[in-house]
Design a protein around this ligand. Sequence first.
Ligand SMILES: [Cu+2]
Length: 908
Amino acid sequence: MIRADQLLLDNLAGKWFSLWLMRFAVWLSCLAFAAAAAADQQSLQYKIVNQGTKASAMMLGLADENTAFILDKVEGNEPDGQDRPTWAELVNLTDFSSRSIPANSNPFCASGATLANGSWIVLGGNQAVGYGGAATPNGAIPYRDNDGRKVVRVMEPTDGDSTKLSWIDEPNSKTQMDSRRWYPGIETLSDGSVVIIGGATSGGFVNRNYPNVDPAYSTTNPNPTPGIWDQGGSNPSYEFWPPTGKPGPQLSKFMVSTSGLNMYPHTYLMPSGKLFMQANYSTTLWDYMKNVEYPLPDMPGRIVRVYPASGATAMKPLTPRNQYTPDILFCGGMYLHNDADWGNFGSPGVNMYKQKADPNCHSIIPEPKSKDKPEYISEGQLPEGRSMGQFIHLPDGTMVIVNGARNGVAGFGNTTWNKALGSDGKTNIFLEGFSQLPTYRPVLYNPEAPPNKRLSTSGIGSSKIPRLYHSSAILIPDGSVLVAGSNPHNDVTRNGTGTFKSLNKKNTYEGFNTEYKLETWYPAYFFKPRPQPQQVPEAITYGGPPFNVTVDGDYMNKNGEVNSLANRTRIWVIRPGFSTHAMNMGQRSLELERSYAVHDDASVTFIINPMPSNKNLFVPGPALFFVTVNGVPSHGKRVMLGKKDPGLVPLADSVGRGKGSAPLPAPAPNPKFAATKKAAAPGPENKADLSGGAIAGIVVAVVIVFILLLAGLIFLVRRANRGAALATQKPIPSTGIEGGLAALPAAGALPYGRYDQRMDESQAHMLTGSNDSLASFGGPELLSSDNPAPDYFASKHSAYDQDPSLDMLPSQYGMGPTEYSSSPLKTTAADASGPPIRTYAAGFEAMQLQTTPQKGKGAAYLEPETYPMTPMGVTSHSGIVGPRAMPRPWSTQSTKPSDIVDVYGQTD
Ligand SMILES: [Cu+2]
């Protein structure tokens, strides 16, 4: 029997125990929460900040201090709330929410730049397309987009009011290029205009036929008209926009000599005003006003760094220490032993999945201060080979490479080796890109470390999201890196993930979905307390008197180190650039000269020289301004470079920073604060803080592992649910056409719909090529039904059809069109009262057109059995396009091109 007091005691003990247990539970959950937060948000790690935008971020740019823009090619993204899929979006950088904004033209593989007045321009692109990237007339259902190949889209600054940000996206003499460009190079010049170089007229895998018989005039015309380049697949010319006072389109010798591997040529404006250009294996300095080239050495080892090999590239930060001497860095890319393996407009000539990306880094100083000849030097190797990596400048003076793949290159297609075997056992379910084995882990590059210690992955976490072809990344004002996109397909693919076998069953490859999640990657400094500089100017001149910025004493005098910290403060101006295709066009980082004075209250005034007077070093326009104390940057403030410049002093020396700036006063440390630390070697001071208490660390790690396992489980379950939800998602339905035709049949269960458009015979147009070069690529022509494609395609098609199990490399049939669908086509005769008038096998997809001879009555109905398989760009040739629907009126936005008063902006 238990005595009452014993019971009481037991009871008390139990209470104490349960109290203790409760406390322990609270403590544990606090720890778990902290660990979860730590697992969620840690320096050198990724975090998913948006579970799904509407458009996949093929292109990404900073619209204003709190907003990024996303542009995608036109494809079956989520509806924009009107009657189109979304392909333009804005991202709020505070909560990373996104919203659709109107766009009209197809920016598929466009180029972008900022102008001196703060506007963005995004120019070029692809023709209007429908499902599967098949060409359509302007405004046609289902996507209702318009030809973007000549379009210059403009987004004007809105004084920080992001609700007003919009694209002016209309064909107009003021906002149009002279020629069609897909994958052009672009560089903003010191006068605020841009030079636009090369590209293709309609697209293709690489920018040539093979054999490459006509690099200058890739045209179907045996007697090409000099000066007309857009008859063929490539556009080896350059032009200026706005063109005022500059020559019109002219042939670029460099675009001829690098023919083939020169889409998105790498360009960097040099201090002399010449343009550094790199494409194929070649490098040159180009005087764009005189159109004279000064060749530089070839790329070492014939490593290809331009698209589609897509090495990471950037100009290293320009600093007083390197006397503002541009030094261009390339990491990764692809080396192929046989030039023929790079293929042609249609496809590569080798199974790209098996090609390992290159790990090497090289740099070149194109305009050295000394009389030395410029040459490429080795900068060591990446830990893994990488194509499609991209460099992002960070405000601590380092650069980080994100995104990419270990095998293969950019681009996508339907060549035999990557034909997908769907889960249902059917082939041709989705298209895949030309890369495998995503590189998930960023690599840091510190330009000021000893040469063999610049590359590092120490402490850096990996993403779990493949970021392959058509991914993007930019530095955002909070100092993190916004990472987005990836879509190695010609249209949205949501259920293609998984492994699949190539048809010859020799290889198993991984399929990748269209990616809509946004991530940020947090540099080492991200979670540390940040300096908050005062009096940061709205605009910074080129040359002229210095300006002052102050950081408070509480921040500067940690541990009584104010003198030392003042001495370790650097002022950075960074332009994040236009991100697409592993490039950040126009991205630059420049450190301003500064001195300082430490006050008695330990606040520090930094006396800062404005921009070097040579505008070629960093052209006018918007940029981010950072005050970086001991490797920890402030939040970036958007500044305009070059506005209102009363103190401008003319450029004095031909190379370098010019002599526009006053000599700064000597640094004035304050004797009141004894320096406790000797100034360390220059460069970023931060290291990942990995040396916490060992025991606590282990406990936290165990908890983190547990929580991650749990989170992983939840994630998997959710993903399974989400996958199931997505699998039942219907494609965007056709909405009917003008002309009173009957309603369309519902799209079937195929992933993204079929060609199920009716067409009026009189209006039916077919996009097809008219000869071999066009078949493999080149300018698609709109041929009317009474001017149909030659039988070339049909013969190729039937040849292939004789043995549908053929699994040949394109090179085995002469680099021509690679293969055709072996699937028989079904036609629905019910709608067609007349006999079939013709059967075409256009490009990569055989199609049968049935139509009534009676104009305006009845309709043709086209139904390929499978989702059209079309390699990138050859889409032009693959589709019967629907009825020539009335083009939609252009933008109804309030801003009209006529409102673009001065696209140059103020450059001084
Ligand atoms: Cu592309």
